[in-house]
Design a protein around this ligand. Structure first.
Ligand code: MV4
Length: 496
C-alpha cells in the first residue's frame, strides 16, 4: 500500500492526509468544483477533480471515485465518514477493482447496517439489547400482549428505520393502537416499509459509545465517549471518558462492544453505540462501521492515532496497541464548530470566511476543514472544524475549552460558537448532568440572552470603535475610559 485515495472532503480528508504522511504513504485528494481551494487539496501529494458540487456528482459517486483511483494510480481507498463510508457496495467495488479498502469488510458493514439483523446477531452474541421484539409486529393484539409483558412505557420503532425517524413513545395501553398506526404510516412514507416493532422505552438515557479496534489477531476496545449533548440526532459536544462510567462499567461495556465486533468478524476501527440508563444498565443500539467525527477525544485520553491504526490494519500490519488493559488518562472534550445559527434553530449559514483565527496553546487541538478565504456553501454538512482540548481532569478540560473558545475568531459566516461558550458556563453541564434530552430541556442555550436584540447596537459600536482606531481618532478603549461591559462585549463580539 503506497498511495491512498481519500474519498472525502473537509476536516476528515485533511486528517487522513496527515495520517498517510506520518505512515509514509502518498495521499491523493479528490475534490468537487467548489472545493478547489480547500485545505485538504493543497495538503495532499496529488489532487484530482471528480465532478460538480452536488454530492451525487462527486463524493457520492462510486464510478467517479474509482475512475479517480485508476487515473492517479492509487492502490487504496479511505472513505472517511459520511458519504460512502458505510455503503457496503462501495467497499465491494473498491476490493473488486483490486484496491485496498481501508475499512471493515463489506459483509460486516451489511450485517450492522440492517438494524434487525444486527439486533439478532447481538442477541446471539450475548450483547445486551433493549428488551423488545425483533420481528415486526403482526397485529394490534400481538402488540398489546408484548407491551403488557414489557411494561409501559414502550417505544414503537420502524423496522427499516434508524436515526430516530418513525419512533413513538407509548405511555399506556390506551395510546398503543394509534401509535402503531402513525408509526406504520410514517415508516411507509419514509422507508417504503411499514414494518414496526416494540421495545421497552429507556427514559432519559445517556448516549455512550465504545471505540473498537480490530486487526487480524486481536479485537480491543478503547473506552467510551459521552455523546449525549446532541440536537435532533446531531452531536454537538463529545467527551472522553464519561462521568457516568466507572472502571467496572467500562470493562463490561467494553467487553460487550468487543463481542459485538467479533460477531461480525470486524476489522479496523468501529464504534458500538449504547443507551446507558441511570441505573447503570446499558443496551446496544447500533454499530458504526467507520471512523467517527468524534474520534479525537479517544485519541487524546488513550494516546493513540486511530486513523494511522486504520491504515496499518488495512495494510495487514498489527495494531500498535500493546496488549494489556488500558485506562483513559485525563479528560478530553470536543466542540463541533458548525456553520449554523443557534438563534435561528441551528439553520445552516453561508458566507466567505473573511478572517479565521484558530485557538492554540497547551492541550488545544484544531481539526479544521476550512481556512480564511474559503466559501461556505449549502452543498455539504455544516461542520467547519472540531475544537478539541485535553486536560488532567474534567474541570480543567472545561476551563481550557472556555479559554480556547475565547481565542477562536471566525468572521464572515455565522457559527455556533456562542452556543458552545454558553454550554461551557452552564452549571448542569459542568456537573456532568447530561442525557439525550438535555438540549431539548435547554432551548435557552441556543440564544445569546445577554446580547439578545442589542446585537445590532453592539456590532455598530464595535465597528465604529474599530473605524475610529484605524483613522487614528480617539476611541473609547484608547481614551482609557473604563470600557463599559457593553463596549467590552461589543468589541469582542463585534470583532468576531
Ligand atoms: C431508544 C430510546 C429510548 N428507548 N430506544 C434514537 C435513534 C436511534 N439510534 C435509537 N434512538 C433511541 N432509541 C428505546 N428503547 C431513545 C432513543 C433516542 C436517542 C438515542 C441515542 C441518542 C440520541 C437519541 C435521541 C432521541 C431518542
Amino acid at each position: 500500500m503506497k498511495r491512498v485515495l481519500i474519498a472525502n472532503r473537509g476536516e476528515i480528508a485533511l486528517r487522513i492526509v496527515r495520517a498517510c504522511h506520518e505512515e509514509g504513504l502518498e495521499a491523493i485528494a479528490v475534490y468537487s468544483t467548489v472545493d478547489r481551494q480547500s485545505p485538504h487539496v493543497r495538503a495532499a501529494d496529488r489532487a484530482t477533480l471528480i465532478g460538480d458540487a452536488a454530492p451525487g456528482e462527486s463524493y457520492l459517486s462510486i464510478d467517479r471515485i474509482l475512475d479517480a483511483a485508476r487515473r492517479t494510480g492509487a492502490d487504496a481507498v479511505h472513505p472517511g465518514y459520511g458519504f460512502l463510508a458505510e455503503r457496503a457496495t462501495f467497499a465491494d467495488a473498491v476490493v473488486a477493482a483490486g484496491l485496498t479498502w481501508i475499512g471493515p469488510p463489506g459483509d460486516a458493514i451489511r450485517a450492522m447496517g440492517d438494524k434487525t439483523e444486527a439486533r439478532r446477531r447481538m442477541q446471539a452474541a450475548g450483547v445486551p439489547v433493549v428488551p423488545g421484539a425483533v420481528d415486526p409486529i403482526a397485529s394490534a393484539a400481538e402488540a398489546r400482549t408484548l407491551a403488557r409483558e414489557l411494561g409501559y412505557p414502550v417505544m414503537v420503532k420502524a423496522a427499516a428505520g434508524g436515526g430516530g425517524k418513525g419512533m413513538r413513545v407509548v405511555a399506556d395501553e390506551a395510546g398503543l393502537a394509534a401509535a402503531l398506526e402513525t408509526a406504520a404510516s410514517e415508516a411507509e412514507k419514509a422507508f417504503g416499509d411499514a414494518g414496526v416493532y416494540l421495545e421497552k422505552f429507556i427514559a432519559q438515557p445517556r448516549h455512550v459509545e465504545i471505540q473498537v479496534l480490530a486487526d487480524a489477531a486481536r479485537t480491543v476496545h478503547l473506552g467510551e465517549r459521552e455523546c449525549s449533548v446532541q440536537r435532533r440526532h446531531q452531536k454537538l459536544v463529545e467527551e472522553a471518558p464519561s462521568v457516568a462510567v466507572s472502571r467496572e462499567l467500562r470493562e463490561r461495556m467494553g467487553a460487550a462492544a468487543v463481542a459485538a465486533a467479533r460477531a461480525v468478524d470486524y476489522r479496523g476501527a468501529g464504534t458500538c453505540e449504547f443507551l446507558l440508563a441511570a441505573d447503570g444498565s446499558f443496551y446496544f443500539l447500533e454499530m458504526n462501521t467507520r471512523i467517527q467525527v468524534e474520534h479525537p477525544v479517544t485519541e487524546l485520553v488513550y494516546g493513540v492515532d486511530l486513523v494511522r491504526e486504520q491504515l496499518r490494519i488495512a495494510a495487514g500490519q498489527p495494531m500498535r496497541i500493546a496488549a494489556g488493559s488500558w485506562h483513559p488518562r485525563g479528560w478530553a472534550i470536543e466542540c463541533r464548530i458548525t456553520s449554523e445559527d443557534p438563534a435561528a434553530g441551528f439553520l445552516p449559514t453561508t458566507g466567505r470566511i473573511e478572517y479565521l483565527r484558530p485557538p492554540s496553546g497547551p492541550g488545544v487541538r484544531w481539526d479544521a476543514g476550512v481556512e480564511s478565504g474559503n466559501e461556505i456553501t449549502l452543498f455539504y454538512d455544516s461542520l467547519l472544524a472540531k475544537l478539541i482540548v485535553w486536560a488532567p481532569d474534567r474541570a480543567g478540560a472545561i476551563e481550557r475549552m472556555r479559554r480556547a473558545l475565547e481565542e477562536l475568531v471566525i468572521v464572515g459566516v455565522g457559527t455556533n460558537q456562542g452556543f458552545h461558550e454558553r454550554l461551557m458556563q452552564d452549571p448542569a453541564y459542568c456537573r456532568g448532568e447530561v442525557d439525550i434530552q438535555f438540549l431539548d430541556r435547554r432551548p435557552d442555550l441556543a440564544v445569546a440572552a445577554e446580547l439578545g436584540g442589542n446585537l445590532g447596537v453592539i456590532v455598530a459600536a464595535a465597528l465604529a470603535e474599530e473605524a475610529a482606531r484605524r483613522a487614528g481618532k480617539p476611541t473609547v478603549a484608547a481614551e482609557g475610559y473604563a470600557a463599559s461591559e457593553w463596549t467590552r462585549l461589543a468589541l469582542r463580539d463585534g470583532l468576531r
